[in-house]
Design a protein around this ligand. Structure first.
Ligand SMILES: C[S@@+](CC[C@H](N)C(=O)[O-])C[C@H]1O[C@@H](n2cnc3c(N)ncnc32)[C@H](O)[C@@H]1O
Length: 241
């Protein structure tokens, strides 16, 4: 049982520009809102997802849709000083608010790039990750194709993303919580529309099974699906062929 969110999402052809402008606008309050809306649990989810990338010292990692770089910095801890993490995003403002974090993470760099057209050669990274980003990419399949393309054979693609809980009682409670998001997000960010978009985009996103199929179409195998936080947050992990 879910509570459908009535406000419309942008039309598919408008989504790319809509999302870029939205994240530019909420960038100053993005980190604060992440902590408030996740009750500070997002750090733990990132840690669990990073473990699934099976990184070792010296690995080269790409984190797409990196936003203000929190997941990139988490990954930086796993690859050590000889490793390298590149975080990419198409919102210049999100990247700008991430830059100060890099002082404590010298093995992490941030750069502008569209996930649908990554400026890296084929088979370049040991792991490619995305946290709460793939739902926002206008063409999910194209984003996944690009993530898989730049991953080395045997490398891992890890996706941390919201999804709909399968337990009906949890789904009912989560529906109520989703209805509070616009009020809380609007109050803190001053952009209510972004926090109307958030629950609506979760409702409209691919199911666990659909996302797994899209990953397989992108050339990933042995895809695993792990539920976190009562099934409201999900990790998909696939291996590049
Ligand atoms: C919800 S934020 C997640 C940020 C970060 N990964 C985190 O875990 O906090 C989603 C990010 O995806 C970015 N994004 C969406 N579509 C994109 C695309 N096609 N190319 C690059 N970045 C994109 C947005 O600019 C935004 O920073």
């Amino acid at each position: 049982m879910t509570h459908p969110v009535s406000e419309p999402l942008p039309a598919p052809e408008a989504k790319h520009d809509y999302v870029e402008a939205m994240f530019d606008a909420i960038a100053p309050r993005y980190d604060l809102l992440n902590s408030v809306l996740s009750l500070k649990l997002h750090g733990r989810w990132r840690h669990t997802a990073a473990r699934q990338a099976e990184l070792k010292a010296g690995d080269r990692v790409l984190d797409v849709c990196t936003g203000t770089g929190d997941f990139a910095c988490e990954l930086g801890r796993w690859v050590g000083p000889t490793g390298e993490v590149i975080g990419t995003d198409f919102s210049k403002e999100m990247l700008r608010f991430g830059e100060p974090k890099l002082a404590k993470h010298p093995n992490v760099t941030l750069q502008w790039a569209d996930t649908q057209a990554l400026p890296f050669p084929d088979a370049h990274f040991e792991a490619v990750t995305v946290a709460f980003g793939i739902r926002n990419v206008a063409d999910t399949q194209q984003g996944l194709n690009e993530m898989a393309r730049v991953t080395k054979p045997g490398g891992r693609v890890v996706i941390l993303e919201f999804n709909r809980p399968t337990n009906p009682v949890v789904a009912w409670g989560y529906g109520l919580y989703q209805r509070l998001m616009p009020a809380i997000g609007g109050m803190i960010s001053g952009r209510r529309s972004a926090y109307v978009y958030l629950p609506a985009s979760i409702d409209a996103f691919h199911s666990r099974e659909q996302l797994k199929t899209l990953m397989e179409t992108a050339g990933l195998h042995s895809v695993t699906v792990t539920d976190l936080n009562l099934g409201t947050v999900v990790i998909h992990r696939g291996i590049k062929k």
